[in-house]
Design a binder for this molecule. Structure first.
Ligand code: SF4
Length: 338
């Protein structure tokens, strides 16, 4: 019997599971799914290759039995997969699961937010990289407007999917000149903008260290306009550093994987849509659980298999990152979610 206190080689518990339900997306964000790679001829996973909702729920139950408290649904774009509310309904019934959230580009939320909330989704993270129409369209490369995503954010708020976090990847020379506008737009709204340092995820986004605007620079720029003070983390392993507006206008977050790595507290595992288990966002290889599921493995065997992977985990990519490691072949973020 696998004990609940499952730790990896750096004494990090397994607390968070990110589940990618599809490798497809209706956006082509340059830093994640550049169109020249993910074009019309790209071989996305077909229906038989991706895990069914029943298989996802069975695996999720095993992870919760091993200590997972929070599940985040991701993609690609999770809302492009049909019947997602059914999956959410089943996951939200898992005993011991404390938090069920989702990351989306927001473009399909107006139609789906009430169903997701009714099914049991607790909160949501929506990506919006800029309020500047031309900049945003250049970044998402799919002709989707800022207004469409803002309407999705409103739909999520109306449905009660609060608090809402807004993720913005900051790239030097692309959208960094618009970050203060983004902060200004959401100040006082209760929504929390989290600025993310541009990362060398996958092997297709042309990442260079020179294109990174560090967390310190981001805080300085926003703070110059709206004074900020550091705020306590909500829990150990929280990814974003919290900064509160000194005038009570709310807070922002910064995710500093490049300049201030946080691997020491990383409690996250990632499951790809075809059932590969990854123990780091920057991994190059995963462990196949689809074969186990479809090969008749018992729940105990699945628990043992997850525990075997986690016990030998020693990932700390962000602590050892160099311009050279950035060029290594790594799993694409659109394959395992951010
Ligand atoms: S680089 Fe890997 S180990 Fe470090 S925080 Fe990110 S996912 Fe966790």
């Amino acid at each position: 019997m696998v004990s609940m206190s499952l730790l990896d080689t750096r004494d990090r518990p397994l607390r968070d599971l990110r589940i990618s339900v599809t490798d497809r997306c209706n956006f082509r964000c340059r830093y994640c799914m550049p169109r020249e790679v993910f074009g019309p001829d790209y071989a996305f996973l077909n229906r038989a290759e991706i895990l069914t909702y029943e298989e996802i729920v069975r695996l999720a139950r095993v992870f919760v039995e091993l200590g997972v408290e929070k599940i985040r649904l991701t993609g690609g774009e999770p809302l492009v997969r049909r019947g997602l509310d059914e999956l959410i309904g089943q996951l939200s019934g898992i005993e011991g699961l404390r938090d069920l959230t989702l990351t989306t580009n927001g473009s399909l939320l107006r139609a789906q937010a009430p169903r997701l909330k009714a099914a049991g989704l607790t909160r949501i993270t929506i990506s919006l990289d800029s309020m500047d129409e031309a900049v945003f369209q250049r970044m998402n490369d799919a002709g989707v407007s800022v207004a469409t995503v803002l309407d999705g954010i409103d739909a999520a708020a109306e449905a009660g999917l609060q608090p809402i976090k807004i993720n913005a990847v900051v790239q030097k020379g692309v959208n960094d000149h618009t970050i203060v506008d983004l902060a200004r737009h959401f100040r006082g709204s209760g929504h929390i903008v989290r600025f993310i340092e541009f990362m060398d995820v996958g092997s297709t986004n042309g990442w260079r260290m020179n294109d990174v605007v560090t967390a310190r620079e981001i805080v300085e720029r926003v703070g110059a306009e709206f004074p900020l003070e550091p705020a306590e983390a909500n829990y150990r392993g929280e990814v974003a550093q919290r900064w509160r507006y000194t005038d009570g206008g709310g807070e922002i977050g910064v995710i500093a994987s490049i300049s201030q790595p946080f691997c020491g507290d990383c409690t996250r595992a990632r499951l790809s849509a075809e059932g590969e288990l990854y123990t780091c966002l920057f991994a190059s290889k995963g462990q196949d659980f689809r074969a186990l599921l479809r090969g008749g493995a018992s729940d105990e065997e699945l628990r043992e298999a997850v525990a075997r992977v986690w016990r030998v985990r020693d990932d700390r990519y962000s602590e050892i990152r160099t311009e050279e490691t950035a060029g290594l072949r790594k799993v694409e973020m659109s394959h395992i979610g951010g």
